[in-house]
Ligand binder design. Structure first.
Ligand code: FES
Length: 101
């Protein structure tokens, strides 16, 4: 289960799909420019709970996060890209702009 604050949107995500793909499959939009290629970083979200339920960051995602880390609050802790991150359990996160398509 993915729970999105501050809107309260929630949806199920399969372990083999990214959080952004799961949102779209469930009828929601997720902010993006690159369409999920891991390059625009527009999809970045802040993990509030369930960080251990997110798969480990792979090099491509880490490289993208490193490029914007100085612009993120909390020194980049808990930030992930929704087009790259997959969840194995419940995750509560903060992302503005996730809404019904
Ligand atoms: S959608 Fe562009 S980096 Fe994730």
């Amino acid at each position: 289960m993915i729970q999105v604050e501050p809107t309260g949107v929630s949806f199920e995500a399969n372990e083999d799909e990214t959080i952004m793909a799961a949102a779209i499959r469930n009828g929601y939009t997720w902010p993006t420019i690159c369409g999920g290629q891991g390059t625009c970083k527009t999809c970045v979200f802040l993990t509030l709970e369930g960080q251990s339920n997110l798969v480990e960051i792979e090099p491509r995602e880490q490289q993208a996060l490193d490029s914007i880390i100085d612009t993120l609050p909390k020194r980049g802790q808990g930030w992930r890209l929704a087009c790259q991150a997959k969840a194995t359990g419940t995750v509560r996160l903060r992302k503005i702009g996730v809404r019904q398509a």
